[in-house]
Design a protein around this ligand. Sequence first.
Ligand code: NAD
Length: 404
Amino acid sequence: MKRAGDYGIRLSEPPIYDWLAMRARKDKIVALMVGGIGQLFKSHGVKHFNGFGKIVDGNHVLVTDDDNRETRIKGANIIIATGSRALSIPSVPIDGHRVVTSDHMFEAENLPESILIIGAGVIGCEWACMMALLDVEVSMVEMLDRALPMEDAGVSRLIERELKKLKVSLYTGTKVDSIGPGPQGLQAQLSNGKTVEAGQALVAVGRAFNTGEMGLDRAGVVLNRNGSIMTDSRMRTNIENIYAIGDVRGEILLAYTAVHDGAVAVDNCLGEKSAKDYAGVPSVIFTYPEVASVGLTEDVAAKDFDVAIGKFPLRTLGKAHAENEIQGEVKVVGDKKTDRLLGVHIVGAHATEVIHTAALAIRHKLTVTQLGELIFGHPVISEAVMEAAHDLHGRSVHLARKRP
Ligand code: NAD
């Protein structure tokens, strides 16, 4: 809306946003989705008990509801899907008002004028972009040497550039030593000697696993060292009939892999032999611009392969100009020897949708040539995937020819 004029739309008044209306819209959509699940339970004959569940043994769970009423449920198998919660750090105690998690932010009555975000991972970067676009002054602290450190180093470079354009002050290789009251609300002392003032602080430093007070000890369920539940590839814990899926397993913390875990666990409960298969699972990050990736990063691939790289900047695409979203690029990582496609990394408009073509190619072990052979529609953003694949062989006709 702020850039409406670029698209030839003249607004009679400058746009303003209404945070509470945005929040109400979010609540409505969430309620619709949750209600939909309730309907699905009914149609599939799933009985839902609302309350806190405690495992009694491999076949029984005790559920205590809000009125302290207890129900004992019997089942041939138990699947634990209790998820995770925001991790806190001792130097920055969460109080739910000044120092918050993303859960609190979703329920906030209003936005602060300034915010300090601790952790430039997925949650940190998503909120940094959203807040900056809503005119909140954002500072972000990351202990490692780059934003989105789990992504390809090239992705981090591009997203850091975009964060800068959004006027986010990013301090990498930095921690928060202490936090206390300050003129704007909070004042944080950083390990690099700087002091940051902000109205609120958002802690986004990873997740803790929801395994407490559930009777896991008594049942003898073994945990991993980080507190998540240990399972095998069939989602079985060490106790017969008890399975665990999703975040609480601690392997990969994504809603969409949790759904896959669930299907695997149910298959095994029903006597089939099914194991997890994460080949081609994309990472999708809702920053501005979006980030998405699948397969190996260049650095990881370089440990085992002689890598070749192809790149295509989105500013070369007509569709990117039409959408007025020209920032970002597609990067393809391949094996020079076999031409096998190893990884695809995208920063740019619709990256979280575009990545799935590449995900299918990675899953089915296609070559870079095969990815480039597909004739893509035009004009679309996805064309950049084909062009980056061609560029890996020095054959993208829409890029200036590289002279040896
Ligand atoms: P994360 O692991 O993605 O990022 C945490 C970041 O905090 C890391 O970069 C880490 O180096 C940094 N950090 C840790 N301790 C720190 C400290 N003391 N000071 C400064 N920096 C510190 O975790 P997250 O962002 O909290 O997200 C949690 C999980 O939820 C992730 O697994 C993420 O993939 C998932 N998630 C996914 C999506 C999505 O798919 N779009 C959205 C939200 C969350």
